[in-house]
Design a protein around this ligand. Structure first.
Ligand code: NAD
Length: 280
C-alpha cells in the first residue's frame, strides 16, 4: 500500500538507520509494518516521531538531521549495538515500541541542549546545537585561550582544549574528562579541561565548572592557527577562531515518553555499573 496524504489523526513517522545489516533489517520491518497501518504516515519531512535505529551515534545524527524542527518532534532510539544511553528499546523490543506508538497520548521527556556560536576572523558567525557536547582544540600546537564566564574573565587556559557538555552529555566525553554526571533537570552547562598545563604562568581552576542556564561561557583563543571544533559526532576545522560562545539553548530535545524511557539514574547505572550483586 502506498500512502498518499496524511490525516490529522495519523502519527507522522521518520525512520533513520545506520548502515549496519541488523539495523537495516529492523528498519525494513518497521517500515513495512507502519506503511500498512492507517494510524501512521511515513515521511522524512516534518515528522512527529523520529525512530533512530543503531546506537547513540545514530541518535546524535538523527538529532542533527532534525535540529531545526525540534519543537515538533519526539525522538526514540532502538539500539542494535552494545551500549545505548539515548536508545530506549533493544532490537528485540520492536513490537513493544509499536504497541507504545499505537497507544501514544503524546507523552514526552525533554532535555536541555547546548547552543554554540563560533565567530571566525572573516566575520562569519556559525551557530550550532549540541546534544552531548562541543569541544575546541588547536590543531598545530598547544591551545592558549581566555575563558570568560558570564562576562567575567575567569582564567587563561593552556593545554589541549576545552569541552562544554549538556546534562545528558555529561555521561559521554565529559565523564572521560573527569566531569560530573549531571541530572538533566539541572539546566546547566559543564566546562571541562582537556589536558591543561598548569604552572606559575598559566593557572586554571583544574576542576569541572557547572554554569547555570542563562549564563554564558566564552572561549577566546589567543593564537592564530587551525582549530578543531567538535559538535557531538561532527568535526569541523576552522582557521583563526575569534571566539566561541556556549549557553543552554532555548529549545530542548524531546523523547517519546513511555515505560521504556527509564529514569536518568537507572540509565547511568545500566550503562556504567551493570548488574548489582545483592550477595556482596
Ligand atoms: P563513538 O562511536 O566513538 O562512540 C562513543 C561512545 O560514547 C559510544 O559507546 C556511545 O554509546 C557513547 N555515548 C554517546 N553519547 C553518550 C552519552 N550521552 N552518555 C553515555 N555514553 C554516550 O562516537 P560517536 O558514536 O560518533 O559519538 C560521539 C560521541 O562520542 C561524542 O559526543 C562524545 O561524547 C563521545 N566521545 C567520547 C570520547 C571519550 O570518552 N574519550 C572521545 C571522543 C568522543
Amino acid at each position: 500500500m502506498t500512502q498518499t496524504n496524511f490525516t490529522d489523526k495519523q502519527i507522522k513517522v521518520a525512520i533513520v538507520s545506520n548502515g549496519n545489516y541488523h539495523s537495516r533489517g529492523i528498519a525494513h520491518k518497521l517500515f513495512t509494518t507502519l506503511r500498512d497501518d492507517d494510524d501512521f504516515y511515513l515521511t522524512k519531512r516534518y515528522p512527529d516521531v523520529v525512530i533512530s535505529i543503531g546506537g547513540d551515534g545514530m541518535l546524535l545524527s538523527a538529532f542533527h538531521m532534525y535540529e531545526r524542527s525540534l519543537d515538533n518532534i519526539r525522538f526514540v532510539g532502538i539500539h542494535t549495538g552494545h551500549l545505548g544511553f539515548y536508545t530506549d528499546y533493544r532490537d528485540f523490543e520492536v513490537d513493544t515500541l509499536l504497541e507504545n506508538l499505537r497507544s501514544d497520548k503524546g507523552e514526552k521527556i525533554s532535555y536541555p541542549i547546548l547552543s554554540v556560536k563560533t565567530t571566525l576572523s572573516d566575520g562569519r558567525i556559525l551557530t550550532s546545537r549540541a546534544l552531548n557536547e562541543a569541544t575546541i582544540k588547536r590543531l598545530e600546537k598547544t591551545m592558549v585561550a581566555d575563558v570568560i564566564v558570564n562576562d567575567i574573565k575567569f582564567e587563561s587556559f593552556r593545554g589541549d582544549g576545552l569541552s562544554v557538555s549538556t546534562p545528558t552529555g555529561s555521561t559521554a566525553y565529559n565523564k572521560s574528562l573527569g566531569g560530573a554526571v549531571l541530572h538533566p533537570t539541572i539546566e546547566a552547562l559543564q566546562l571541562t579541561e582537556i589536558a591543561s598545563l598548569n604552572n606559575r604562568v598559566f593557572r586554571t581552576l583544574g576542576s569541572p565548572l557547572i554554569v547555570p542556564k542563562h549564563e554564558t561561557i566564552e572561549v577566546i583563543p589567543r593564537r592564530l592557527g587551525t582549530y578543531v571544533i567538535t559538535i557531538d559526532n561532527k568535526t569541523y576545522k576552522h582557521r583563526d577562531v575569534v571566539k566561541i560562545e556556549f549557553e543552554i539553548d532555548r529549545k530542548k530535545i524531546h523523547f517519546l515518553g513511555s515505560e521504556n524511557h527509564t529514569s536518568f539514574w537507572e540509565r547511568v547505572r545500566d550503562a556504567f555499573i551493570g548488574e548489582l550483586d545483592d550477595e556482596i
